[in-house]
Structure formats: C-alpha cells, structure tokens
Design a binder for this molecule. Sequence first.
Ligand code: ADP
Length: 235
Amino acid sequence: MEFRGFVAVKDVTLSVNEGSIHALIGPNGAGKTTVFNLLTKFLTPTRGQIVFKGADITRMKPAEVARLGLVRSFQISAVFPHLTLLDNVRVALQRPSGLATQFWRSSNTLAALDERAMELIDAVNLSSYADLPATELSYGRKRALEIATTLALDPAMLLLDEPMAGMGHEDIGRISDLIRRIARNRTVLMVEHNLNVVADLCDRVTVLARGEILSDGSYDTVSRDPRVREAYMGT
Ligand code: ADP
C-alpha cells in the first residue's frame, strides 16, 4: 500500500486460519492499521490481492465486505451513550448494511428482535445491565457492548483493534474470555500491544515492522526470533 509514494505495507502475505485467534503485532508505524484498513476496504491496495472465504474482495466496497462476514469492531464512539444497552443492540441488529436485515425480514416481530438482542447482551455477559444507559458502564464493559453490537452483524471474521487498550487486569480477563467464546465459531484477527494477552490468547502471531512481515508463527516461535527481539522487543 502506497500513500503518495510512501510504502506503508509491502509484500505482506497474511493468511488467517478459519476459527483461529490471530494477533497482528509490531511497533508503532509498522503498518497494522493499514492492514486492517486494507482488509475492510477502507483502503484499496496499490498492488496485490485480498481473498476472504474464497472470494476476491480486493475491489469490493466496505459494506459488501461486511455483508460477506468480515467485520471490524469500531471504537466506543459506535455506541450511543444515552441509549440503553438493549436499545444499542436493537439498533445494531437493524443496521441496513448488516446481515440482521435478513433476520429482521424473516421474523418481523419486536419480540424476536428483543430476544436476539438479549442473546447478544448475554453473550458478552452484560444481561444485568441491559436497561442501563451505555454511558453508565465501566470502560471495559463499554468495549464488551461494542463487541456485542459488532456481533449483531453475525461476522464470520472479526477484526479487533487493540481490544484491551486502557484496561485493567479484571477487564482484560473478561474480554479475553469473551474473545475465546467468540472464536468458538468465528475467526478473530486482533491488533494487540499487550504481549501477555497475545501469549495467552492467540494461536498465531504475525509480527510487522516497517510495513513488512518479520515473523509469523506461534507466540513462542516469534518471541524467540532474533529479528523480532531486535525490532520489536528491543533486546
Ligand atoms: P500501525 O498501525 O502499525 O501503527 P499504520 O498502519 O498506522 O501503522 O502506519 C504505517 C505507516 O504508514 C506509518 O509510517 C504511517 O505514518 C503511514 N500512513 C498510514 N496512513 C497514512 C496515510 N493515510 N497517508 C500517509 N501515510 C500514512
């Protein structure tokens, strides 16, 4: 990917196995956000190809890719602070670009919508907060709500951008459990700076530096790689 001649990522061949939890790590400026933007089609690559579930998505629009099931979890701003959790998820389920419209058409009743919304809130362990305005949630729980609104699109693959950023120990544990549950029937690709989380949670790790892949494999493999230690861990 080039920005006016500046190559932000180059020759990145990244394959993510279905059902895995895959981490993308690397120092600031490595190109992680650019890779996310390329995958979700916020950017179109200058060269190369992106394939998702056998389909060439290189030239698709973001909404088309989301409909295919490749969905990015947005930051907290995607949550409406003054709506209750239940209303936030109801809104997400009815998003026109979402797969939920399919669900909505097939069971056009408020009761069915509410049932599905509560299932999602339950899936992220927030049932006891369903009627509270989102603004009253702790930071960690807001992130969990935000993941619930993303799950409303029923993604096959979820891209999480630093899901643990700014969290304390307890929230990290909760979100880790949530990601493990999500990955039982979905694929997760996450950018994460907390290497303890990566070691604990991820089946596979790709290390980027200066727009290129330095190393790829299990956490144990990449953390022993001298190039990674030099470029990323500073040892
Ligand atoms: P990371 O997410 O790993 O910190 P980024 O993907 O944000 O890295 O950035 C990779 C490189 O590309 C950086 O040097 C950054 O300054 C540059 N870059 C990213 N987006 C743009 C853009 N829209 N225009 C110009 N340069 C960009």
